[in-house]
Design a protein around this ligand. Sequence first.
Ligand SMILES: Cc1cc2nc3c(=O)[nH]c(=O)nc-3n(C[C@H](O)[C@H](O)[C@H](O)COP(=O)(O)OP(=O)(O)OC[C@H]3O[C@@H](n4cnc5c(N)ncnc54)[C@H](O)[C@@H]3O)c2cc1C
Length: 290
Amino acid sequence: MYPSRFNYEAPRSLAEAIALLHDGGDYAKVLAGGQSLVPLMKLRFASPDLIVDINNVPGLDYHRADPDGTLRIGALCRHAELERSDLLKSTQPTMAAAAPLIADPIVRTRGTLVGSLCHADPQGDWASVVTALGGSVVAQGPAGRRTIPLAAFVTGPFENVLEPDEIAVEAVIPAAQGTRSGGYLKLERRVGDFATVGVAVAVETKGETVTRAGIGLTGVGGSTIAATEAAQALTGQPLTAESIGRAADLAAAAARPRTDHRGSADYKRHMVRTFVVRILSRGAVEERAA
Ligand SMILES: Cc1cc2nc3c(=O)[nH]c(=O)nc-3n(C[C@H](O)[C@H](O)[C@H](O)COP(=O)(O)OP(=O)(O)OC[C@H]3O[C@@H](n4cnc5c(N)ncnc54)[C@H](O)[C@@H]3O)c2cc1C
């Protein structure tokens, strides 16, 4: 199907893009990688009056670490760049594990992490990863910039708190306060598919003690789920088979899966538990080996 008629603008600065959104009428949309928006428009689930294509806006295609280790990912940083990133491989195990599992190579060439967060698909992998890492989104509009924790940014399936004239300019991952470990595991029907179940785990340790933990769940609820109690069950003590098992049980209890053609609710909950144990047990083994 063809999309409905729309006006198209390709501004060359952030200020121009924001002004276009501000004056853009009732229904203007930002276009980044187009990997979610364009299919929705072709299916006519979305029919914006105006598309503001930000691909010509300079200075948004970065991912870099501040001197203190804070990671910043610009709005035009593609999934593929993150997949190839040595910075992620050396400092962000959860992100490095997720990057090759997003969609397929063609989608990864165009799609962006920030676009994925804005799209707020319950099956979007990055939202769980950024949730586990305690990340945020920086939005810029006519009134300036504001930083929004991801937990407050996503308000429901395909919903975020951006004002119509705001652009998400970057995602921010806080610096680790200890040694970072973790991973992302995804159950998919075939390579390149959306997650039937995805689990992101990020752990920081000082010595043997877990000082911070985060667990994000993909595809097992109406929105990305932060398994907060599960993460809390890990903190303040070393990783042990007992603490891992308890966290896995709590993560499975936090999941809200529905039975569908991809599997029963019980099966998906079981997979959440299995993935938490698998990621954390591997972390424990690697740490002991170090
Ligand atoms: C075949 C296929 C398979 C896929 N499989 C997966 C998968 O397995 N896992 C997964 O996580 N994703 C998957 N995706 C989605 C893909 O990751 C998208 O790239 C991503 O969801 C959206 O990023 P984008 O840059 O393409 O955003 P766009 O499609 O350009 O935009 C998506 C939405 O976010 C808004 N938006 C985008 N950027 C901004 C911004 N900077 N500021 C404000 N609003 C913004 C747009 O207005 C739109 O509403 C798949 C897509 C396809 C086509």
